[in-house]
Design a protein around this ligand. Structure first.
Ligand code: GCB
Length: 597
């Protein structure tokens, strides 16, 4: 799915700003059929939850409504007119004046609604968007809604981060020529100093296709025509970790000499591959350093914010991180564009977090009922997961920064039914994108003895909390467990292995001369212990710490003002461990710590 941009043939109007806002319990039956009578206004993009002081809004279950007036530019007569929602968390229904024009389920992937027949160029319309924060067993991520003793509905879910909801990313109105470029797919390879860009273009309205590839100075390096083909770049400059190099691919839909539509996208020439126990980027072994992150800031919740994005990338670079994981959902596309431009590698994760009843079972990991059952993750959940994968890959397939798909976080891969659930999804991903390896991050209860699906995947990704949830304060025992765990996976799989989560909650300013949990020293020591163990294994291909920054969670007794495993606080101030990481990671250029330059 192409990101909407303004080009010589397309116009784009951002609808970000302050919209009217109301929750449904205060509204008449059909709120979209009138101007919302509400004193509240909400910022877009932002999650709505932390904007207001009323707890009934923050934890509301059911629809909320956003509304604003939209002026359609008068020059758009004869064009197709679309609304683009970069994200509506978790489902949406869209109304133009009184008419329902479309909707979407899935809170972290974009959708378009063609409103050509419902609006008039030069006229204004009332845009009402109903957004639901609800999570059920047929949404991704899943959740459960119950009616409590007070008679009110309550939402529970099986992940710790707070369920921020609303219009957290940009909304725009854009125009498209009737005949237009609908989709572009690029796959890149190289042979010696020659780069190749294989492209495939889909058009609507029956046009011919012409493409050209230019360098940063705008010099055209290669051209081709036809909806599929190969462009060759002599003396190619590869897109490399830490040294992003981008070309621009311009795609024209043409009729003879007439250009009916034109679209441009950035292309980085690079390859990724798993070979034996190695993860290769451009044919060279690559070692991931970095973090699992969250889209999470004060007041905005999961609202995209360019300033935080720039600052977070600066802090990652400062620590020497060369990568991050979009835990636990696809991030705003602007973030991937930024990673493309700055040579940061992305493990692109779906929103399939919480497919695990064992987590509800607590530290024993004994599920209250089977995860892979109609009651929880059944056929409908799997269908929603498949649709989510289609949308994620459809959006992110052309980003050079995306090097690995992570199709679930901590699923119950140790339970019966996991294979039946995951095998079709893995096949789907391989069909949608044969070029990138696939992984899932593995919960502690999924061990090298009981996991049922690892053979379907390319990379072993562990989430481990020795020294925290188990062996808290006892790093010596934790080290022995960790060593045995990694060795077991290596013996079982022969695949590259990495750690996608390890860490310790840490209160900045809390210190101790002993191994005391929650202190800054304990976080630093725990990470050093993990690193010592990783460095013993040549098969180890990466380390991503949980988490980049402290983040908001649901209320819970083991969360003090949120999850505090951040290397940075929620305000982005470094804890002591940040300086230790900087020492370990800087200057590695993708090499394994300790390896020769
Ligand atoms: C996990 C989850 C992550 C949590 C983390 C924790 O295993 O994947 O979402 O935040 O543990 O800190 O408990």
């Amino acid at each position: 799915m192409l990101k909407p941009i303004a080009t010589a043939t397309r116009d784009l109007v951002k609808l970000d700003g302050v919209w009217k806002f109301a929750i449904d319990s205060r509204l008449p039956e059909e709120p979209w059929s009138s101007v919302l009578d509400t004193p509240l206004e909400a910022a877009v993009p932002a999650s709505y939850n932390d904007l207001f002081t009323d707890p009934a809004i923050r934890d509301h279950v059911g629809w909320v409504y956003y509304q604003r007036s939209v002026q359609v530019p008068r020059g758009w007569a004869g064009e197709r007119i679309l609304l683009r929602f970069d994200a509506a968390t978790h489902s949406a229904k869209v109304y133009v004046d009184d008419q329902l024009v479309g909707g979407h389920v899935g809170g972290y992937t974009p959708f378009d609604i063609d409103v050509t027949d419902a609006v008039r160029p030069g006229a204004a319309f009332r845009l009402t968007v109903a957004v639901s924060p609800d999570l059920t067993n047929i949404t991704i991520p899943p959740g459960k809604i119950e009616v409590g003793m007070t008679g009110g509905k309550t939402q529970t879910y099986f992940h710790d981060f707070y369920n921020y909801a609303g219009l957290a990313r940009s909304v725009s109105l854009y125009s498209l020529p009737q005949v237009h470029v609908d989709d572009v797919t690029v796959v890149t390879t190289f042979d010696g100093s020659t780069g190749f860009v294989d492209y495939r273009v889909e058009t609507v309205g029956g046009a011919d296709v012409r493409v050209r590839l230019a360098d940063v100075a705008g010099t055209v390096l290669a051209t081709a025509s036809g909806s599929e083909g190969r462009l060759q770049i002599d003396d190619v400059v590869l897109w490399k970790p830490g040294a992003a190099h981008l070309y621009e691919l311009t795609v024209d839909a043409v009729d003879g000499e007439d250009v009916l539509d034109t679209y441009a996208l950035a292309v980085g020439v690079r390859t990724v591959e798993v070979r034996g126990e190695e993860f290769l980027v451009n044919g060279e072994p690559f070692y991931f350093t970095g973090f699992g992150k969250h889209e999470d800031t004060f007041v905005r919740g999961k609202g995209h914010d360019d300033a935080y994005m720039v600052h977070d990338f600066q802090l990652m670079e400062w620590t020497g991180a060369n990568s991050f994981r979009t835990s636990h959902y696809p991030y705003a596309e602007d973030v991937l564009d930024f990673a493309d431009r700055h040579g940061i590698l992305v493990i692109d994760e779906t929103a399939a977090v919480g497919l695990n009843m064992g987590v509800v079972g607590g530290l024993s990991g004994t599920p209250p009922f089977p995860t892979f059952s109609e009651q929880y993750a059944g056929a409908e959940t799997q269908a929603a997961h498949a649709q989510h994968l289609r949308e994620l890959i459809g959006r992110d397939k052309n980003h050079p920064s995306v090097v690995l798909w992570c199709i679930a976080n901590e699923p119950a891969s140790n339970e019966d039914g996991a294979r039946e659930y995951f095998e079709p999804l893995v096949n789907l991903v391989r069909e949608l994108d044969p070029t990138r390896p696939i992984t899932y991050s593995m919960v502690m209860f999924a061990t090298f003895k009981n996991d049922q699906i690892i053979d379907l995947f390319d990379v072993v990704s562990l989430n481990r909390y020795y020294g925290w949830y188990i062996n808290a304060g006892d790093l010596a025992t934790a080290e022995m467990y960790l060593q045995g765990d990694i060795q077991g996976w290596i013996d079982r799989t022969g695949k590259p292995i990495m750690m996608l989560e390890y860490g310790a909650d840490t209160m900045p300013g809390l210190h101790s001369v002993w191994d005391q949990v929650w202190t800054e020293e304990y976080q630093t020591d725990l990470l050093a212990m993990y690193h010592r163990v990783f460095d013993r294994f040549p098969q180890f291909v990466g380390e991503q710490i949980w988490n980049f920054a402290d983040f908001a969670t649901t209320n819970g007794l083991h969360r003090v003002g949120g999850n505090r495993k951040g290397i940075f606080t929620r305000e982005r101030r470094p804890k002591a461990a940040a300086f230790a990481l900087r020492q370990r990671w800087r200057g590695l250029d993708g090499r394994k710590p300790g390896a020769d330059a």
